[in-house]
Design a binder for this molecule. Structure first.
Ligand code: E4P
Length: 218
């Protein structure tokens, strides 16, 4: 399973990428706005040290402009993935850009029917938003299961399921069980994945006992 970071914070991405466990990045207009920096410069900078796909989202809602924006963003680096929203025009833009060989991530997916259309439009990634469904009392995980099941029925559909809008570590375990190809994880939740109080407590006592031996390994 691939782990992407859902962030436009260059410093934080750099810090976590040092683990060697980060396979790509997703951004969106809200995450970009939060940084208060030039969009294209931020994407180019992230692409300079992350070899995997870095999603940059178009902001037009018109197919022609979406395609133009997609071309502009794709020129920033060869690992940019163009994010388009799951709308009528977005699907047309996905088909056109994918046909040109550009990596497309179709975002704001909230139903299995939408995911099926994105796959038919040649999307490299489909991004179902789990947390936002949970927020309104729906079942985000059920959607991930449904999409994985449907895509699994048709091996010619190569679109990867990118679980998005992750709210807590359990979401990641659940989507891994469901068979999602990728989870895009906010940095705060990535850190929660490795932190455990019993690990800290156990290490503290091992180090105390080791110190008492007076030995050194190097
Ligand atoms: C995915 O690509 C989106 O950037 C993201 O996961 C949205 O999550 P949110 O619901 O926490 O804003």
């Amino acid at each position: 399973m691939k782990f992407f970071l859902d962030s436009a914070d260059v410093k934080e991405i750099k810090e976590l990428a040092e683990t060697g466990l980060i396979d790509g990045i997703t951004t969106n207009p809200t995450l970009i706005a939060k940084e208060g920096k030039d969009f294209k410069k931020v994407i180019a900078e992230i692409c300079s040290f992350i070899p995997g796909p870095v999603s940059a989202e178009v902001t037009s809602t018109d197919v022609k402009e979406m395609i133009q924006e997609g071309h502009t963003l794709a020129r920033l680096a060869n690992n940019v993935a163009i994010k388009v929203p799951l709308t009528f025009d977005g699907l047309k833009a996905c088909k056109a850009l994918s046909d040109e060989g550009i990596v497309v991530n179709v975002t704001l997916c909230f139903s299995a029917a939408q995911a099926l259309l994105a796959a038919k439009a040649g999307a490299t990634f489909i991004s179902p938003f789990m947390g936002r469904l949970d927020d309104i009392g729906h079942n985000g995980l059920e959607l991930i299961h449904e999409i994985c099941h449907i895509y699994g029925n048709y091996p010619n559909l190569t679109t990867e399921v990118l679980a998005a809008s992750i709210r807590h570590p359990l979401h990641i375990i659940d989507v891994a069980k469901a068979g999602a190809d990728v989870a895009t994880i906010p940095p705060k939740i990535f850190k929660q994945l490795y932190q455990h109080p019993l690990t800290d407590k156990g290490l503290e006592s091992f180090l105390k006992d080791w110190k008492a031996t007076g030995q050194k390994i190097i």
